[in-house]
Ligand binder design. Sequence first.
Ligand SMILES: Cc1ncc(COP(=O)(O)O)c(C=O)c1O
Length: 404
Amino acid sequence: MNFDTLFQNQLDALKEEGNYRYFAELERKCGKFPHAANHQDGEVRDVTVWCSNDYLGMGQNPLVIEAMCEAVQRTGTGAGGTRNISGTNHDHLLLERELADLHGKEAALLFTSGYVSNWAALSTLGSRLEGCVILSDSGNHASMIEGIRHSRAQKVIWNHNDVADLEAKLAALPANAPKIVAFESVYSMDGDIAPIREIVEVAEKYGAMTYLDEVHAVGLYGPRGGGVAEREGLMDRITLIEGTLGKAFGVVGGYITGSTALCDFIRSFASGFIFTTALPPAVAAAARASIMHLKQSTAERTQHQAQVAKLRAGLDRAGIPHLANASHIVPVMIKDPVKTKMLADFLMNEWGIYVQPINYPTVPKGTERLRFTPSPLHKDADIDHLVAALTSLWKQCAIAHAVA
Ligand SMILES: Cc1ncc(COP(=O)(O)O)c(C=O)c1O
């Protein structure tokens, strides 16, 4: 059997429908974010990155870099083992305490990524709580979906951000079944924000536990960067808050926070926690420095929101349609994978602007888009440049009517 032919056939089909993914070969330059070098066809060019999830540029923050370098010198490169077998370092525990404090919880537990934290926590909860039913928002991230699927627990999908639908579905379940309501605060592709208070109230009414993914909100919202739940004074009413160290905190890793018993339960039973090498202590030290800084500094958050507002205003003036939402994510809907890629290529090649075309399965077919994420480090001139580029493109392609 020629396996490569089997692989190639499926890749060809992906290319045919415009959903094949081409990665930009970037070389980040410390201190230059959002600028980076792009390696393409044997050439290297400076580009402005407009789609990074290093939302605040903390990945190049001097305090964070210093913490990582110091910890590498002090501890070396790797953790030395799984958390169970010699890999638990002092830096991990310091970070877990920092995270528990960030979310006002008794405890926290680190994972190698946000994806793994969702997958491991939900699969463990769903499989270990007898008769458990997981009520999952229809817009939930792949990591939550996979975790729930792996748990083999009963899954009930409620309509995205629809509290009435959630309530109807909760009411239809047996009163004594353990129930988990799983949802996100900021949805990463549309940038909309969940009605957390209403969801928590309904969950409380039916005795359900709440599982909130704040991956696209930690560091960015709330007086100390605890996320949308912190901003809305709701952290203490949410059973489990999950987050990442890889986006606004600028490093890598994921975590859950909750009660001591909950974190100990996941620590003790989650294969995705137990059977993998712990994060390097230097990563933990860098993430801790980033969190500590963003707990007491609001300058990054304020400037972030200012640049987001400027981009939206610029797009409005230029008549470029973008999804209205209350977050920092600015999606420009193109609704066709081939056109989206064509526009992204043009922006890269003619304007030195890098925005990754977002296609299926990251978003449903027919909702392909360019997803812009301004940071506090994007200058007004960068924003003007982007708006000028899109204006010129819109004129050239006369696509405004098609996508409005
Ligand atoms: C909502 C959501 N949860 C979890 C993750 C996974 O986080 P990480 O990138 O740290 O694996 C992502 C990644 O984009 C996400 O969008």
